[in-house]
Unconditional design. Sequence first.
Lengths: 261, 270
Amino acid sequence: MNAALDFVAAIGRGVLGACLVTGRLALFGLNGLSHWVRPPFYGRMFLRALIEIGYFSLPVVALTAVFTGMVLALQSSTGLSRFAADSAVASLVVLSVTRELGPVLAGLMVAGRVGAAMAAEIGTMRVTDQIDALTTLSTNPMKYLVAPRLLAGLIALPLLVVIADILGVLGGFIIAILKLGFNSGIYLNNTLNFLETQDVVSGLAKAAVFGFLISLMGCYHGYNSRGGAQGVGAATTSAVVAASVLILAFDYVLTELFFAR
Amino acid sequence: MRDEARPANGSPAIAAVPKIRLRGLTKRFGDKLVLDGIDLDVMARTSMVVIGGSGSGKSVLLKCILGLIEPDAGSIEIDGQDVLKLDREAREAVRNRIGMLFQNGALFDSLPVWENVAFGLLARHKASRAEARARAIEVLAQVGLAASVGDLWPAELSGGMQKRVALARAIAAQPDILFFDEPTTGLDPIMGAVIDGLIVDCVKRLGSTAVAITHDMASARRIGDRAAMIHKGRIIWEGPATALMDSGNPVVDQFTHGRREGPIQMELRR
């Protein structure tokens, strides 16, 4: 009987804990968002975050996109050729990349690179009193550290995904032409014929949400880190894990919203 | 044991309203009662040194006055105004009048030294970047640092230089209240004395009211006009800083002389 009660109590504690964290996250996010419309604005901090998230993530996102496109073409051609449906390779590659793989893989790569760096930087500022120092110097840390990063995440990731989409399709094209023997004109024609605006737009909307989530997780875990180097390490891990899981969860929710009929 | 009636610095007691007046300040973290009804007055243009063991609540006390931590009960009056009852903007205005030197400097490592020093000026849009830079170099000179240091990064500085830069940052906006959190911790004795000298100079030059927390007795006597000891969340003694070493209070005497035996029992796990 006691064991059963303990079990139920543990579930209850878990649910309450999850509610608590969700509430805190929502308040933190809304607080950060509210500073987008309340001056003063820190343009330099925004540009710094934009370059950090967008520009410096380009190589890793580009490589991921090219190889994903190449693998997609290779895999789909071996699968589709069994049904004599080789001509669908082009459309399969372009739809997979724009709708799903572009935003999700770019999101996961940026979460690992930027989410971790953000949590580590803000977490170190927290444990070395730099965040308190900001407050004593007439600067709201939510406005100075968090709001610019949230906005930069929201804007940078769609820009990265535009490039990832192009490079992903290019990767598929290279393999289709050089290895699978497709005619380049027909391949490109198939690519463009099956692509609709909504495919690209939905992917970019996903990217914007993912970018916001990555920044939110990096800032939240860094901002609330405690207890020296170990606390900052834990914050970094939590930021990356939480951002990655949320990207995959929100990917499903957004896909349901965009495409479920 | 408290000798509240005695005027600070020999000035007449009718100077009435203290610059900072704390009454019944209480703060609890979970089960741990950190501040247990702190009463303390700091008169204008005097320096108060608060001593106490590690974990006695000294830093929490400063953070409560600064508004970084919300106390559970009590009042904090600055110039006779209870800051806990003010709205957010008015509290920010009060905070703008306070400069703080953090224990480890808390310099922003992503900004060069001059931007650290001029941060408050830039944040309040009181100066253009060029003006702020000129002002930063002026303040750096006041703490004995050359203009060339302004272009270095905090990580390139020694501990003593970081403390000087942090002091420069605290005084750059010419605050009328200055807080110092363990200003000499981590410095060698000579550098500690140099920093204390700079602190006294700056406080005198600005005509500020200063509160310093420390457990360095030499530093306490150099910086303070008055001293108070915090123990188990309460102020157990207050008097002139010159009386620190022979206060007549057994707890204070054990602490200031660093005796192992006495009324203070170290909380050790057995």
